[in-house]
Design a protein around this ligand. Structure first.
Ligand SMILES: *Cc1c(COP(=O)(O)O)cnc(C)c1O
Length: 583
């Protein structure tokens, strides 16, 4: 540890979940994948950085379906010793009237140019702790609200304690980057540590603001963590509780998003539409958009990697050169695509009673299952789909995704889709693949013909799976939400479903009906005819997906934006003008 004595840290990145590899169940979905892709990119950029998260040794949840299509969740234990190295010390996190001792496990992300970013996993399963405390870092998004509060306290206060142990006090850290509100106690605790070094409250706040960046991911009000103030009082050290700002207390509860908004000098949203939605939710605050990306080295299929190596040798260290995919011969793109698709179809046919074929246009839909993402939209009118299939051309659909075990509606959606795949056997080929994870995502985003997304407008913060598809020349067919309004050129990079950014709500039947009609009309009149009768026209769109969207919606472009808009303005203190100009 001595060697950190004079070292400066560019970024200390806090995230409740980090998706590093498929077989470490330390993530649930998009938020974790973004965190993992970000840290891998930071390693490529050779920044001095580290990640902090919880161990989650029992993982998130694994999924299987029973015969009726009901999701059965199981624990996804993974072997920490196989992947991580335990550090020779523990740290103490104050919780209620005692300390929770946490072991620290390290995973080194090695970037493609050899630089390393360590990720630290805090682990409360330590012998000295009480039985309850030992469970606190076991399950990602498990337990009740009180359990989650304790977890967030360990992430925030424990993370800061670890940084100090590593000799990184706030003067040595250029920016604490909070990925979502779970680590909001970092701001509160930092303020409490440094406030006596300043003569006024405002000076202390400016200092904290110059160090703290917050990325919010949740456009839905209910998605922001709120904890009962009674519970918070019970677990948080009294001096910290005293410092909770009024604006973070809403109806007797502590809003973790508002806590970070209060202390952070820069707040970012994850797409341009999301920035607008967030500013509407929190009108007092400036939010700058830094549209997400996906890490091209992670999500480009090995067969496409080979093709790009041949035609665009710079692509791996400069994904902006995906622009040159336009010049790759059509038959090369198609040959690679079909080869990947064949592998996927073979995989699907292991699980599906409906035998899929590789010459049929294939839609892919895979993500977390929850109401606002409306996974069943494409199945809204099966008669119309059947009619389309017999008059225009065949279609087959692959679904995958898990619902949070407490999300009854999400579980019902999976069951409804599963039952439709059974009832319409023979007429429409559909399959629901169990246990969606990173490995399966890699197969799906590269092996289908079209990537589908049908969220309720203004509810999708960004979405990243459509970006992963773009690296693999897969066009996107989606409602205009999240990143898609930025990547969408109709009939060039893919297609929209519906157009207007209206005030759609969950119960808004009109937007559902008009989007269903638009989706079917586009499939019947544009997409399927193009696929079956104008293959070269379809390949042109595939090439545009890589050239226009792969070249932009990658984490290198994203990291350049974080560097310019977030990390560097913070380096010289909060630069409000630069932030404003960059909006
Ligand atoms: C990329 C990814 C997601 C995120 O998908 P969205 O399109 O952003 O909803 C979720 N789960 C896994 C396993 C992924 O790889």
């Amino acid at each position: 540890m001595k060697k950190n004595k004079d070292k400066l840290l560019d970024v200390a990145y806090f995230s409740m979940e980090v998706a590093i590899r498929s077989d470490m169940s330390t993530y649930s979905g998009g938020l974790g994948v973004l965190a993992g892709d970000t840290l891998k990119t930071i390693a490529d950029f050779k920044y001095s950085a580290l990640g902090i998260t919880l161990l989650h040794e029992k993982g998130y949840v694994g999924q299987s379906l029973d015969l009726a299509g009901k999701q059965v969740s199981h624990c996804e234990m993974w072997n920490k010793e196989e992947y991580l190295t335990k550090l020779p010390f523990t740290i103490d996190v104050p919780l209620s009237d005692h300390n929770v001792s946490c072991a620290v496990w390290q995973y080194d992300i090695v970037g493609q140019f050899g630089s390393t970013v360590p990720v630290y996993f805090l682990d409360s399963n330590v012998q000295d702790n009480t039985e309850y405390d030992r469970t606190l870092t076991s399950n990602l998004y498990g337990g009740d609200s009180f359990y989650r509060l304790c977890q967030e306290q360990i992430l925030g206060l424990g993370g800061l304690a670890l940084l100090e142990k590593l000799k990184f006090n706030s003067q040595k850290v250029r920016v604490y980057h909070l990925n979502e509100g779970h680590a909001s106690f970092v701001g509160l605790s930092l303020y409490n540590k440094v406030k006596d070094d300043f003569s006024t409250h405002n000076e202390a706040m400016d200092y904290i603001g110059s160090k703290l960046a917050f990325t919010t991911h949740t456009p839905v009000a209910a998605g922001h963590d709120r904890f009962s103030l009674d519970d918070v009082k019970r677990v948080l050290p009294a001096d910290l509780f005293e410092e909770i700002p009024k604006e973070a207390k809403i109806e007797g509860r502590l809003c973790m998003t508002r806590l970070s908004l209060h202390f952070s000098g820069v707040v970012t949203g994850v797409a341009k539409t999301h920035e607008k939605v967030t500013e509407k939710m929190f009108p007092k605050y400036d939010v700058i958009p830094v549209t997400n990306g996906a890490y091209h080295m992670e999500w480009t299929h090995p067969s496409f990697k080979k093709l790009y190596d041949e035609y665009i040798p710079e692509w791996s260290y400069d994904p902006s050169t995906f622009r040159k995919a336009i010049s790759i011969p059509d038959d090369k793109i198609w040959d690679v695509h079909i080869q990947i698709k064949k592998d996927l179809i073979e995989y699907v046919n292991k699980f599906s009673v409906n035998k899929f074929s590789d010459d049929v246009c294939t839609l892919g839909y895979a993500r977390r299952f929850t109401s606002y993402k409306r996974p069943a939209l494409v199945l809204a009118d099966l008669n119309r789909l059947e009619e389309m299939i017999s008059s225009v051309g065949c279609l087959q659909i692959i679904f995958a995704g898990e619902a949070h075990p407490k999300d009854q509606k999400g579980i019902e959606l999976i069951k409804a889709i599963f039952q439709k795949t059974q009832e319409h056997k023979g007429k429409i080929k559909m399959v629901f693949l169990e246990d969606y994870n990173m490995d399966m995502a890699t197969k799906l985003v590269a092996g289908v013909d079209i990537w589908l997304n049908t969220p309720l407008q203004k509810h999708e913060a960004s979405g990243t799976s459509g970006m992963k598809a773009a690296f693999n020349a897969i066009p996107h067919l989606s409602v205009l939400d999240g990143w898609w309004p930025e990547g969408w050129i109709e009939g060039v990079t893919g297609w929209s479903i519906g157009t207007n950014m209206n005030e759609a709500r969950l119960d808004n039947k009109d937007s559902w009906n008009s989007e269903v009609t638009d989706l079917y009309d586009k499939l019947a009149n544009k997409i399927l005819p193009l696929y079956y009768q104008d293959r070269l026209g379809f390949i042109k769109i595939m090439k545009h997906a890589v050239a226009l969207n792969g070249s932009y919606f990658n984490t290198y472009r994203m990291m350049n934006e974080y560097t310019a808009k977030v990390y560097f303005p913070l380096k010289n203190g909060l630069n409000k003008e630069a932030v404003a100009k960059n909006k």
